[in-house]
Design a protein around this ligand. Structure first.
Ligand code: NDP
Length: 486
């Protein structure tokens, strides 16, 4: 591959600007979280290099051959990208596995989701329509949905390939150009994606990948006057910084900022099924998922019984690397591991009961592993029940009535996802109507791949929606044209 040089155990990557692979004078290390070993070096872009990427994207939008791509041709191009991703699925999944530590089968699944985004938006590229508006005789008024221009994509480390694809695919389908800034911890699959987009025939400058820190490169991207939309997934604090930066140029933002999502389990639910899904919704990707079901609200009459069931599922999960055929991998960094440990220590210091986990597993590895942990006996307004931990830590909060369940469910700053478990259709709808959350699942959680359904949050979980047809609104703006003909 032209963009990677390999020595025995270390790969050196270049970044992708204006259709060319570019080296920089400074590089940063990429570490495999399953072993703690350095696996690659990637460029650290300077602000000048970032500016060149934005210029390449702006030139491609304003003058390049991209402008001549008809909607149907953009669609065909995206189908080609989806096919190339599938042809390279194993290689991309291996890159993702080494870079993020996630088990290989999960990485394979996420790469397939990535392919699905290009496929889904390929199909709608030539179906983005305006409307005619009746005014009076002699006037024809119609709207058009036009691309915005250069779009910025600031990506986190927890699902890099599929998250990059979920915003890049609709941005391209609608005719925008793109500058991507992956997380420093996990840039490798995004660089591979650039190679695939290039091979598929995406014109030069339409997609650019610039690596480096969020503080410098990400900030320069968010404040750049030629950026016409920013899509960001990550922490609330960084989301606020980006929103302030965007305000300078009145740049629209889509922010997906995580959550503290409740799983509300009533005594009349299928407790076996609920326990299985509740355990998996906090341990998938080692809990490093924005929509992780991280609070278990359980009706008091089945509290003890249900907690036992969840605990059993958590304890049967195998922790380790892909080579060990494990169910759950490591946390992304030593720092994230220490953050999770500090939360659980705080719970212990404040008299919480730890039903299981609460420590690093006893395995022979320098990876950043932590056991699935079930914390009970804490108040709904305590730090552990309020803050996003981003690890495999589930807090248990019993309730007596549906009104109390609602109050606890809505009692955080977040509003991303919610699960409701009950066999009573009235209870299910009563709660679904009142929970402040971007998405609600009833007797399920995160069903399907989610490519087709809108995704985003209320309150501090964010602004705007990704995925599905809904996302197209954020990558286009409406132009109204009025024609007087009589
Ligand atoms: P951040 O929100 O800081 O990072 C996400 C992305 O934003 C990265 O690409 C990062 O770059 C970039 N970034 C950081 N600062 C800026 C800035 N000033 N301007 C522009 N871009 C910036 O998350 P962290 O990685 O620090 O994780 C901290 C916590 O955030 C986690 O524990 C979790 O709670 C939450 N989080 C939520 C995610 C979600 O899916 N909603 C995903 C990831 C984290 P870089 O890291 O390369 O410096």
């Amino acid at each position: 591959m032209g963009n990677v040089q390999s020595t025995e155990n270390l790969k050196s990557y270049k970044m992708f600007v204006g259709g060319a692979w570019v080296e920089t004078s400074e590089t940063s290390a990429v570490v495999n979280p399953a072993t703690g070993e350095k696996i690659a070096e990637v460029p650290i872009a300077t602000i000048e290099e970032l500016n060149l990427a934005v210029k390449a994207a702006k030139d491609a939008f304003d003058h390049g051959e991209w402008r001549d791509f008809q909607p149907v041709e953009r669609g065909r191009l995206l189908y080609k990208v989806a096919n190339l991703i599938r042809q390279n699925q194993k290689e991309i999944a291996e890159i993702e596995m080494l870079d993020t530590g996630k088990p290989f089968n999960i990485a394979m699944f996420e790469v397939e989701i990535g392919a699905r985004y290009y496929e889904f938006y390929a199909g709608v590229a030539d179906k983005i329509m305006g409307e005619t508006i009746p005014i009076k005789d002699g006037i024809l008024d119609f709207t058009k949905r036009e691309p915005l221009g250069v779009t910025a994509h600031i990506i986190p480390w927890n699902g890099p390939f599929q998250m990059t694809s979920r915003s890049v695919a609709p941005a391209l389908a609608t005719g925008n150009t793109v500058v991507i800034k992956p997380a420093q911890e996990t840039p490798l699959s995004t660089l591979k994606l650039a190679e695939i987009l290039d091979e598929a025939g995406v014109p030069k400058g339409v997609v650019n990948v610039v690596t480096g820190s969020g503080r410098v490169v990400g900030n320069a991207l968010a404040t750049h006057p030629d950026i016409r939309h920013i899509t960001f997934t990550g922490s609330v604090e960084t989301g606020k910084t980006i929103m302030k930066a965007a305000a300078e140029n009145i740049t629209p933002v889509t922010l997906e900022l995580g959550g503290k999502s409740p799983q509300v389990v009533f005594a009349d639910a299928d407790l076996e099924e609920a326990a299985k899904v509740v355990a998996s919704a906090i341990t998938l990707n080692t809990g490093q998922v924005c929509s992780a079901g991280s609070r278990l609200l359980v009706e008091r009459s089945v509290h003890k019984e249900f907690v036992e069931k969840v605990k059993t599922h958590m304890e049967t999960l195998k922790i380790g690397s892909s080579e060990d055929n494990a169910d759950i991998g490591p946390l992304i960094t030593k720092n994230q591991l220490e953050t999770v440990e500090a939360y659980v220590q705080y719970a212990k210091d404040n008299g919480a009961k730890i039903h299981c986990g609460g420590k690093r597993p006893n395995i022979d590895s320098n990876g950043f592993y932590y056991e699935p942990t079930l914390v009970d006996g804490i108040a709904p307004d305590s730090k552990l029940a309020q803050e996003e931990i981003f690890g495999p830590v589930l807090v248990v909060l019993p309730f007596d009535t549906k009104e109390e369940a609602l109050e606890i469910a809505n009692g955080t700053e977040f509003g991303l996802s919610a699960g409701i478990w009950t066999s009573n259709i009235n209870t299910a709808h009563w709660l679904a109507d009142r929970i402040k959350s971007g998405q609600v699942y009833i007797n399920s959680y995160s069903v399907g791949t989610g490519v087709e359904i809108p995704f985003g949050g209320s309150k501090k979980s964010g602004i705007g929606r990704e995925k599905g047809l809904e996302a197209l609104k954020y990558y286009t703006e409406v132009k109204n044209v009025a024609i007087k003909y009589m």
